[in-house]
Design a protein around this ligand. Structure first.
Ligand SMILES: [Zn+2]
Length: 282
């Protein structure tokens, strides 16, 4: 059985039965006692890929060559839309409102039917095909974020959902101290489409590579609750493994109420993300 078929097979179980990928991860760690050397090799290959998430791997899945022009034009239009509404507002933008703006503002320009079909195809295709095995908390491309349910976090340009996510962030701040800050909060479907497609566009349409560090649209828990934190003054380094060397991370590790959505060697098809805080009810 080819590696991809194997991974597809194990995740088919997740999709159908709704088993949390981290339960699966725990199962996989117990697997060697009963598994064959062949399966062990598959898991080793998989872990190697996740640790080298930003490199090209031989069985990576790409968009067809004929879609690359469409990918480029869609990403440019999404970026123009982001410039129009501003970075903060773009986090909350729904697709329908984005389409309306694109029709009304010539500096964005109306999405073509081909671009809209492409966005739908990306959103509704099964991400397991290109190696992302997480669950999908948002199942509708037109999902709308109710502004009354979110709160803007001052000086961060980011929002959090009120309730448990906001309470958890406040608790983290209280325990970690002044150096911690919110690096990314609520992200709606349009923002996640932009991030994911932008990454794929920079990598010749490689969807597997993109999904190892950015959840495909619909699959991101930023859509419903989770958030990222960093250490002030650490900039883009907050989104690298070097974050684990910071004082903020070392304090986070000691807090029993904090857990990370994508721990090292997770089986969701995602790189280690030590900065991504899991909100427990989601
Ligand atoms: Zn995150």
């Amino acid at each position: 059985m080819k590696r991809r078929d194997f991974l597809k097979a194990i995740t088919a179980g997740i999709v159908v039965s709704g088993i949390d990928p981290f339960v699966l991860s725990a199962l996989a760690k117990r697997a060697p006692a009963s598994s064959t050397p062949e399966i062990d090799d598959h898991i080793k290959d998989y872990l190697y890929k996740m640790r080298n998430f930003d490199s090209v791997h031989e069985d990576d899945v790409y968009l067809g060559k004929d879609s690359l022009t469409l990918l480029r034009s869609t990403v440019s239009r999404l970026k123009r839309l982001q410039r129009l509404v501003g970075h903060g507002n773009f986090h909350l933008l729904s697709l329908d409102y984005g389409l309306k703006l694109s029709r009304n503002y010539s500096k964005v320009g109306r999405f073509t039917q081909e671009e809209l079909d492409f966005l739908e195809q990306i959103f509704y295709s099964d991400s397991a095909v290109y190696g992302f095995f997480g669950v999908k908390p948002l199942d509708n491309i037109t999902a709308v974020i109710n502004k009354r349910e979110v709160i803007k976090i001052p000086r961060s340009g980011n929002y959090l959902y009120k309730g448990e996510p906001q309470a958890l962030y406040e608790k983290v701040k209280k325990h970690v101290g002044g150096k911690v800050y919110l690096t990314s909060g609520v992200r709606g479907v349009v923002k996640q489409l932009m991030l994911f497609l932008n990454k794929a566009n920079k990598n010749q349409g490689n969807l597997s590579l993109a999904s190892r560090s950015l959840a495909p649209p619909g699959y991101s828990f930023h859509g419903i609750a989770d958030f990222d934190v960093g250490q002030k003054g650490y900039g883009a380094m907050n989104f690298t493994d070097r974050f684990t060397t910071t004082e903020v991370f070392k304090k986070l590790e000691q807090l029993d109420f904090v857990s990370i959505r994508y721990p090292n060697d997770n089986m969701a098809g995602v790189r280690f993300e030590p900065w991504h805080i899991r909100v427990h009810s989601s």
